[in-house]
Design a binder for this molecule. Sequence first.
Ligand code: URP
Ligand code: ZN
Ligand code: ZN
Length: 478
Amino acid sequence: MATTLITGGTVVSATGRVAADVLVDGEKIVALLSPGSVLLGTDLSAGVDTVIDATGKYVIPGGIDAHTHFELPFGGTAASDTFESGTRAAAWGGTTSVIDFAVQTTGQRLQDGLEVWHQKAANNCAIDYGFHQIMGGVDEASLKAMENLVDEGISSYKMFMAYPGVFYSNDGQILQAMQKAAGLGLLTMMHAENGPAIDVLAEQLVAAGKTDPYYHGIARAWQLEEEATHRAIMLANVTGAPLYIVHVSAKQAVEQVAWARDKGQNVFGETCPQYLYLSLEDQLGATGDPQWGTFEGAKWVCSTPLRAREDGHQNAMWQALRTNDLQMVSTDHCPFCMKGQKELGVGDFRKIPNGIGSIEHRMDLMYQGVVTGQITLERWVELTSTTPARMFGLYGKKGVIAPGADADIVVYDPNGHTSISAQTHHMNMDYSAWEGYEIDGHVDTVISRGKTIVDGGQYLGARGDGKYLKRGLTQYLI
Ligand code: URP
Ligand code: ZN
Ligand code: ZN
């Protein structure tokens, strides 16, 4: 078993920072030591296989991106990152675990959808991976199949109040699934947008000739996110099921989450980098790319949509991350290329596949919040690693630098620099939603279960390094 000593760095956790050396033996962290320790008469740095000098750098638990969609079938195409390309890009960006959404399409057996996802991922991943289960059809059979999820290592599942005819569940179906989930200890994840109302608005816009990507954001009004969030909270309240709202983008939806939490209800929420930095007016009306004209806005079409900056949604998201009204930042990584994929929606924004790819940049983009004073260093680690581990039943193994935990470690250089561009990123996308972003910080070294997979600008990992994570029940309940 190879041993590694990371010396001279500042170990950052959700609760504080200490100067400490980190000793790794095989796949595990075995000790945190005072800097330069001589242990039982042995100079450790002479006795280990590898020494990594982290002087002046942060040593943090590897990022956990709890919301990804590799190879997701959507709008007549499929998300362009495979488990192989997507997890490799994640590794480049300091993420060492992902939780992807296994899909039950409508009419398919839940367990068959899960099996397909296992086949897609097995022996292909660069980093460890787990699954949530998407319920594409709530009926007697799928409700029964939920009973096996915990044994399969799947402690959370997602339903959609949007996308009628595709993933949509009505209130009665949602209530039934939540009742079941409450009994099983499953965490219900909700795409909270009023899909039927959105579809009517979208149809009216297209009929009026308003077909550009910008109108995607107009059809998906914040009121319809707020309303659905409230409805999901009330349905969860009736059933006693804990609830996690995914990809929150409207400040009014955050207010709903905060309201429920203040009453003591087990309601949680994540936002994503795109809702912190990007906006409806800046991106969806874009005309910067001569090839695409106003259709350039398709690069940023995702659901929930980007929101208007003048209404203060972005600031509200940062505020909620500080106050713990929102607990986590995931990417909702769902990449599509412009060529051949996004362009399916030329002339009708409803046909643009929904999604943005960011898996490679989450740690950097969130570190930028530390640089600008929006969040503390500790909160950065909490939002991107420790809380995802707790929320989704991985804590102790993941999300922390402590003896016994998996040696998933990132050495992050606060004095380094990262430029984001489609020319240099590793995601399978022909554009970057973040083109031109300059980050004050850099992922130097990434260790996944004791193996160095990124170092000095080199990728040292291999397809199949990543193993399936059987997750336990959420460890985050109030
Ligand atoms: O636009 C998005 N978010 N695409 C992925 C599917 C989803 O709803 O998360
Ligand atoms: Zn969603
Ligand atoms: Zn998603």
